[in-house]
Design a binder for this molecule. Sequence first.
Ligand code: PGA
Length: 233
Amino acid sequence: MLIAGNWKMFKGPAETGAFCRALRETDLPEDVDVVVCPPYVSLAAAVQALAGTEIGVFAQNVHWELEGPFTGEISAPMLAELGVYGALIAHSERRQFCGETDESARTRTRNALEYGLDVIVCVGETEWEREAGETEAVLRRQLADLEPNDRLVIAYEPVWAIGTGKTATPELAEHAHELIKSLVDVPVLYGGSVKPDNAAELMAQPAVDGALVGGASLDVESFGAICRAASPS
Ligand code: PGA
């Protein structure tokens, strides 16, 4: 089980340090891997505050080139130098607002894995696509040409469930996860309004290997509660 907290554009370095120090003191299950994904400017504070723990620090994005004329971008070696272990790639907000395409997501993913970062690549259909019966086609398109890799995890995040309080039913999540695993056989996280009170039911599905948590990961209590709910023991 892996529980990753996607902080989005929340928490600067000072707040990150305080959160991570509190997280160290929280009761976290040993059989659940825990990751936090702060904004770029807060990564160093998170790495420092979590040093000596098993809690991993991931970035929310990474450029596909190792260096070069890409104003405003951050590369895999820069993240690794900071002690960052991996990166989210192609979150739906980046697809929607920042021009991420299936192709750029693939290039980012391949190159980050090749460089040695762990990757959580995000996929999922919009409400319109689900209603039009296109979920499977969308997932196939987003996952095309991705090869299984020990450092690759996929997050299934139906866009209509992100930040909306509308969670996929456990059955719907299970169905999508089974399809994803049949295409790329790697662990699959569920994301979209995961909260302490719905986490256990979602995590109990056989093809659900953890969660990518947005809003509820910003609070140490609720994030800790989700990690505990995900523990199989
Ligand atoms: P949410 O976000 O948990 O706030 O719905 C999930 C995500 O965007 O990764």
